[in-house]
Design a protein around this ligand. Structure first.
Ligand SMILES: [Zn+2]
Length: 191
């Protein structure tokens, strides 16, 4: 019977994390090395020691690698274990990616994006804008008033801007993201 297999592949489909999102976030937070280390650990899918990471990724500075690893750990999806090597009487660290934590980190990232979009929407809803027809400079009503409704960049007369298109796009994005987060939260905390 192939019932078991079917179930498994279906689950995998709905749970597939958008790793590229996370990789970009990691790179912004922890630099290129952070991205490389995370990708390496993710591919491997099991514990890897500091030493192997250093060797396989060709990292010259050990302190740099350590810094990146702790950063990835503080971000959430990377966990470590300290192992005592008896024969050498020293400790090594074993690192790996926890896939469940990856999903949580992705979800957290989405919540942050949603928060920013909401703030942006709020700003657009509560602000009257004036734009410069020549150079595209965009000012709030207060800023425009300060400059007697002329563009501070090029001197052109400013005109009132109807920002309902901007608001509509933002509202749609907020809506979509809210739904996405809701679905993912349900999947993540269901079991
Ligand atoms: Zn202008």
């Amino acid at each position: 019977m192939s019932v078991g297999n079917k179930k498994k592949s279906k689950r995998r489909q709905t749970r597939k994390p958008r790793v590229k999102d996370l990789l970009d976030f990691i790179e912004a937070y922890s630099g290129k090395l952070g991205r490389e280390v995370f990708q390496f650990l993710l591919k491997r899918g099991e514990e890897v020691s500091d030493e192997e990471l250093k060797e396989k990724l060709g990292v010259e500075r050990e302190d740099e690698l350590r810094r990146v690893l702790y950063e990835l750990h503080s971000l959430g999806p990377v966990v470590y274990r300290r192992v005592h090597v008896l024969e050498q009487n020293r400790y090594i660290f074993m690192w790996k990616v926890d896939v469940n934590l990856v999903n949580q980190a992705l979800l957290q990232r989405k919540r942050e994006v949603l928060e920013r979009l909401r703030m942006r929407l709020n700003y657009e809803e509560n602000t009257t804008f004036y734009v410069c027809p020549r150079c595209g400079n965009r000012l709030s009503f207060e800023e425009a008033m300060e400059h007697d409704f002329t563009c501070p960049r090029c001197g052109e007369m400013l005109v009132y801007e109807d920002n309902s298109d901007v608001k509509e796009v933002l509202r749609r994005l907020v809506n979509e993201l809210e739904k996405e987060i809701e679905v993912e939260e349900r999947a993540l905390y269901a079991n």
